[in-house]
Design a protein around this ligand. Structure first.
Ligand SMILES: *Cc1c(COP(=O)(O)O)cnc(C)c1O
Length: 241
């Protein structure tokens, strides 16, 4: 199967999973995660009309998406964002899915103020409590969400998480359920009004569970583009930098 055939198959699975969970397929968007995938393999997806792409490393985003055949499409940023890469990230990427600390919010907000711009961001939550994952803890997430309201250039429109990497489906499901409760609570407290509407969770191995538990964006890489040569630990380092 080529990339477009796999995309069709995944779109069908998403629609079918929505039906089974009494959800409208229009409420679930597919992000194509293109880390390590070269330009020429991404291009057909853009030409076929797919709109949401995710990159995990700033340097790779620059190399592939600036001044190439992929422009003017911009990827969204789903990786760990270092403060010294904030300017480049704002230049090259669209939405940022990984706001996970106050210091980063300060640097982003200051730079956006200077530019007279605002930017859509998601709060990254560590729903599995694994040391190796970035994100604010579930316990701290609500107060973090409240604090983020002080940064007027940051438009918080959703939450993002990576669930436990495990073959224990119920343990994975618990991560998604914790996220959905948090998401509902933020909506109930009306911290961000109706703009707050995205729950980005679910990857190649667990997106069907995520949809059943309320995901509005699933982020899929391997199932579309095939296995990567780099191990996941390259993206989620054991020692957080
Ligand atoms: C790589 C990555 C994905 C996609 O993972 P696959 O298992 O390849 O589908 C999703 N989210 C983030 C943050 C990633 O880095």
């Amino acid at each position: 199967m080529d990339v477009l055939e796999r995309l069709q198959k995944i779109s069908d699975t998403i629609a079918e999973t929505c039906r089974q969970s009494n959800r409208n397929p229009k409420d679930v968007e597919l992000m194509l995660v293109t880390k390590t995938v070269p330009v020429e393999r991404i291009l057909p997806a853009i030409q076929a009309g797919y709109k949401i792409f995710g990159e995990n490393k700033i340097q790779e985003a620059v190399q592939k998406w600036v001044g190439s055949d992929l422009a003017p499409t911009k990827p969204e940023f789903i990786g760990h964002l270092q403060t010294n890469k904030v300017k480049t990230c704002l230049d090259v990427c669209g939405r940022i899915h990984s706001l996970d600390r106050v210091k980063l919010a300060e640097v982003l907000d200051r730079e956006l103020q200077a530019r007279g711009e605002s930017r859509e961001v998601f709060l990254q939550v560590n729903s599995s409590n694994e040391e190796s994952k970035f994100g604010v803890s579930i316990e701290d997430a609500l107060s973090f969400a409240k604090e983020m309201r002080h940064f007027s250039s940051l438009k918080v429109t959703g939450l993002m998480t990576l669930a436990l990497f495990s073959s224990d489906q119920e343990a994975v499901r618990s991560c998604f359920q914790r996220m959905k409760s948090l998401f509902d609570e933020i909506q109930k407290q009306d911290l961000y009004g109706t703009d707050f509407r995205h729950l980005s969770m679910g990857m190649s191995g667990d997106y069907q569970i995520a949809i059943a538990e309320g995901a509005t964006i699933v982020r899929v890489g391997t199932a579309i583009f095939g296995e990567r040569n780099t191990p996941n630990s390259y993206y989620w380092p054991e020692d957080k930098q």
